[in-house]
Design a protein around this ligand. Structure first.
Ligand code: EPZ
Length: 421
């Protein structure tokens, strides 16, 4: 295993190029299963999660070639069974369900486990696919879906107790592209990654309207063809580097960003006293505020404040003067970073799914344990602003979602090194 040694005290200046979106790449790679023709996906980040998805496509029978950020897929012959040993490692592999049932009329995928950020049910996915006519049988940890007579369009509400479901919306939208007739998805997730997936599906010949809003309408077609697509910038990687800029940035420029995807975060950073300046259509300049004040936010489905940015903001608020209040409504248990930040000297008190953060002068380095993708990023940020040298263990968490994060940080002045544990 590897760990990241993070030396506090540096300031960040220079330019970071943000990678393509992980959370766009995963469903779009799955969507290539919907056609026998070749697809080319560009700007796919080199991450363990995208590597898993490429391997899953291969075991499902697709020909897959990967050359740096470009992935070429030809899923001429596809089998319906996704490999347990790969699926269990990545919850997002659940998004092969929609393409398999849509194209083959059957799918056998193991149930994704929960994970550290909380229970990860897929009841809404299954309810949506059943509404399209799939029969669902859950047995021995596997989900067996079949639609011997094909799928038929339906009116489906995808809203759950915690709001909309991103991958659930993706699964139903992908399956509906080949269903007979019209499907209307109400309570759809409006995340930019859902709209990006729809753009790719439309390029393949799908008939979709309203993606990126709460209501998506899909007219089923006979077959889909091959297409080329470049995934959108990763708004969570960009947000993570923006928080780094707010923490210790003298003059940090982020390129290949889509500013309109990050409105909620930019508002909170500006209200807290940091400088976030739009530079043209796809770049943003971040400088740490001279007298920042604590703030507050509640995580919500897009366009609300992203749950995937919650941990990183806790790391920033930990040393922001004043009281900050962070409420997690999407994954209420997603606070594994709090005990680790408190070990570094933060003053964070939990009340149910709300963190009350009293800003302290500085954190002090300590060996900390990464637990999930975004909590790990939060601990790296905390280490950058802390006194001394922080060791972030279990680096594999961070490699799931951040492409070469240590290289990118070093390039703008951070003192970090990756070492074998
Ligand atoms: C996507 O996960 C993202 N992953 C997550 O990012 C992100 O945190 C999440 O959306 C919310 O924005 C990918 O896109 C690959 P959900 P997803 O279904 O689709 C509940 C990261 O760090 N729910 O939108 O799996 C669920 O428990 C990852 O990059 C049900 O109740 O999340 C949660 O409370 C972590 N039943 C809420 O909905 C279901 O059938 C939102 O989950 C499905 C979800």
């Amino acid at each position: 295993m590897e760990k990241l040694i993070v030396h506090g005290g540096s300031r960040l200046s220079g330019t970071v190029t943000i990678s393509g979106s992980k959370n766009s790449s995963l469903p779009i790679l799955a969507a290539t299963l919907l056609t026998a023709e070749q697809c080319v996906i560009r700007r796919v980040p080199d991450l363990s999660d995208t590597n898993y998805m490429v391997r899953i496509l291969g075991t499902l029978g697709a020909e897959v070639e990967r050359a740096s950020g470009r992935v070429i897929v030809a899923a001429e012959k596809v089998i319906p069974q996704a490999p347990y040993d790969l699926v269990r490692k990545m919850r997002a592999s659940v998004c092969v369900l929609g393409p398999l049932i849509g194209r083959l009329g059957e799918a056998l995928v193991s149930l994704p486990g929960g994970c550290i950020i909380g229970d990860r049910p897929i009841d809404l996915h299954l309810r949506g696919l059943e509404a399209l006519g799939a029969e669902v049988e859950v047995k021995g940890g596997d989900m067996k879906l079949s639609a011997p007579d094909g799928l038929r369009g339906a009116e489906i509400n995808m809203r759950g107790k915690f709001g909309s479901t991103v991958l659930g919306t993706d699964n139903v939208m992908m399956a509906a592209t080949l269903a007979e007739g019209r499907t209307v998805i109400e309570g759809a997730a409006a995340e930019p990654e859902v709209a990006d997936l729809a753009d790719f599906l439309i390029a393949m010949g799908a008939k979709i309207e309203g993606a990126g809003t709460r209501t998506i309408v899909i007219e089923g077609v006979e077959a889909l063809g091959g297409a080329e697509h470049e995934v959108i910038p990763d708004r969570i990687e960009a947000g993570t580097f923006m928080v780094a800029g707010a923490l210790i940035g003298d003059d940090l420029l982020l390129e290949n960003v889509c500013i309109r995807h990050m409105g909620a975060l930019i508002d909170v950073l500006r209200e807290s006293g940091h400088s976030v300046e739009e530079k043209g259509a796809d770049a943003v300049r971040v400088r740490a505020g001279s007298s920042p004040q604590g703030g507050e936010f509640t995580t919500e489905p897009y366009p609300g404040f992203a749950t995937d940015m919650q941990a990183q903001m806790c790391a920033l608020f930990a040393t922001t003067p004043g009281i900050s209040v962070v409420t997690e409504q999407v994954f209420p248990q997603r606070f594994m970073h709090v005990p680790e930040l408190n070990r570094m000297g933060a003053n964070i008190r939990m009340e149910d799914a709300t963190a009350i953060i009293k800003g302290v002068e500085r954190l002090s380095a300590a060996p900390v344990m990464a637990s999930d993708l975004r909590a790990s990023a939060a601990l790296v940020l905390a280490g950058l602003g802390a006194d001394g040298t922080t060791e972030v263990n279990r680096l594999y968490h961070i490699d799931r979602g951040y492409e070469h994060i240590d290289d990118k940080l070093r390039r703008v002045g951070a003192k970090v090194e990756r070492v074998k544990e």
